[in-house]
Write a protein that binds this ligand. Structure first.
Ligand code: UDP
Ligand code: MG
Length: 341
């Protein structure tokens, strides 16, 4: 068996389904201080996993992203009594993106579903996603039909963000989707190769392609605990999305530069002719100031845009691992029928 490290070597598919054997599916749950949500999550996923008519064999993989509450204890207790439970504990909080990546690198089943620990993505929908998977789709992504418990401002800004993103990027971006999706082995393998340091799953899921199908669902409200996002982080995430999807902002900066230079040349000619024909024109303080300020603004903005990309190059060239594992329990060699007891 091959082990994964945080930079790139993926765990081999030990389960490797052959012939008519039941497919195997990992439910990947990134957790950060989720002790309040986990008991309900255990209960709801257990109902799914122990259902005798279930369409696939399940593995439940928790990636603890440096929680400081009782999350790890709960996961360990659960893993000691349930063989289908696996876990990875990261050495500190690396963020959901990296936590998901740690999970993706360690998947050894035929498929993978990513769900949030707060039960905003109902686990009961997984069998329906599996149906689509068995029809041959390789990336079954859940699209939100409604967004309960989110303010109109959050809805409006996220709508606008998608519109802009789709306009400036070359790949098709799935609207109103999060990370709740079922990925086939092919997609998992593709994602394992993308070990870039500034991760943006939305960009990566779109970029890999494969046979995609959307699946509408109603996103529930967070039941326990509280969201880890604030507006600053959302703006950061949005910038991150744009810079990881496309280099369009750099082109926009170039165009702004071209247009302002052209306008400046035209204006210079106008001033030159006017000075020649009517003599030196002393007033014009206000217009000069406006031009200087506008140009200064555009220059700073362009520098900022370049800085964003430069920052990404900087983090990528450091070539640090995406995450570090403190402790793990992965059981790739277990027989699937023994696991579900
Ligand atoms: N999460 C994580 N690391 C973090 C922040 C969040 O693993 O640094 C997990 C969290 O435990 C949850 C999921 O990511 O399972 C989504 O987080 P949250 O509910 O806070 O985000 P939202 O649903 O508000 O987008
Ligand atoms: Mg949530």
């Amino acid at each position: 068996m091959q082990h994964s490290d945080s930079k790139g070597t993926a765990r081999r598919n030990a389960a490797g389904t052959t012939g008519n054997a039941k497919k195997t599916l990992t439910i990947l749950v990134p957790c950060f201080n989720e002790e309040e949500s986990l008991p309900t999550l255990f209960k709801r996923t257990e109902a799914l996993i122990t259902n005798p008519d279930k369409p696939v064999s399940y593995t439940l993989l928790f990636v603890d992203d440096g929680s400081s509450d009782g999350t790890r204890k709960l996961i360990k207790e659960y893993a000691s009594t349930h063989r289908y439970v696996e876990y990875i504990f990261l050495s500190r909080n690396f963020g959901k993106e990296k936590a998901m990546f740690a999970g993706i690198m360690n998947v050894h089943t035929d498929g993978l579903v990513i769900i949030d620990a707060d039960l905003q993505d109902p686990p009961e929908l997984i069998p329906e996603m599996v149906d689509l998977w068995r029809q041959g789709y390789e990336d079954v992504y859940a699209r939100r039909r409604s967004r309960k418990g989110e303010s109109w401002l959050k809805k409006a800004t996220s709508h606008l963000y998608y519109q802009i993103l789709q306009k400036v990027s070359r790949v098709t971006i799935q609207k109103d989707t999060g990370d709740f999706r079922l990925l086939d082995r092919k997609c998992i393998h593709a994602l394992q190769q993308l070990d870039e340091s500034e991760r943006n799953s939305k960009a990566l899921f779109s970029w890999i392609g494969f046979k995609k199908i959307e699946f509408l669902y109603d996103r529930d409200e967070r039941k326990q605990g509280k969201t880890k996002w604030n507006y600053f982080q959302l703006v950061h995430l949005a910038m991150d999305g744009i810079t990881s999807f496309t280099t369009a902002p750099l082109k926009i900066a170039t165009w702004c530069g071209c247009i302002t230079s052209l306008l400046a040349i035209i204006y210079a000619i106008v001033v030159f002719i006017r000075t020649l024909s009517t003599g030196i024109d002393v007033p014009g303080y206000a217009s000069t100031l406006i031009v200087v300020l506008i140009l200064g603004g555009i220059q700073l903005l362009s520098l900022g845009i370049i800085g964003e990309y430069l920052g990404r190059i900087f983090t990528q060239t450091k070539n640090r691992p995406n995450y570090l594992i403190e402790e793990e329990l992965i059981r790739p060699d277990d027989k699937t029928d023994e696991r579900e007891q």
